[in-house]
Design a protein around this ligand. Sequence first.
Ligand SMILES: *Cc1c(COP(=O)(O)O)cnc(C)c1O
Length: 219
Amino acid sequence: MSIAQNLLQIKAALPDEVTLVAVSKTKPIADLKQAYDAGQRVFGENKIQEMSEKWEQLPKDISWHMIGHVQSNKVKFMAPYVSLIHGVDRLSLLDEINKQAAKNNRIIDCLLQVHIAQEETKFGFDEQELKAAFDADAFAPYTNIKISGLMGMASFTSDINQIKAEFTQLKSLFDSMKNKPTAQVNLHILSMGMSGDYELAIACGSTMVRIGSSIFGSR
Ligand SMILES: *Cc1c(COP(=O)(O)O)cnc(C)c1O
């Protein structure tokens, strides 16, 4: 099937309240253009330089989401245009995002990445750390940032029950914190689910899925 067909088929099956981020990392501009022409306007990339090159070449009504691990010294390259940063995995990164957002006269939406997988390698806050940050209102100084939700990646495993338990854990953390908005925090986005597990993620309460290979083919 073509990229457009894959995209439309996935979209048709998503509930209205779930946003589809088309993960186009490593894929050429021509592939993104096919998805764009089929109506897709939200794209996810995991490298700032690659995303910036694509942003420069493609129509300006695209929303660009940074879904990968972010190095502080590269934030400045995406600050003028990025619409959502999914992978905020440490408080110190917010210093730099806030600084660069202010320079660009913008308020940048961010998701806090929560470590839900069993693997050691995945980035993110653990639950205790996150709760402590919320309790201490650690986000208050970042007046050019909006904390709009949480993001998580399940373990890379074929054990459905484990994946389900991890998504459920993130959903309950999200629910326990979403009703306490502050000036800088308003949790309404729960980003979880990729090609292999997005249906399960949606059943567990995801509002945003990040799908790459099921749209663009394997990388
Ligand atoms: C690559 C990537 C995805 C998409 O993965 P697929 O399995 O190709 O759908 C989603 N989220 C993150 C954080 C990624 O790095």
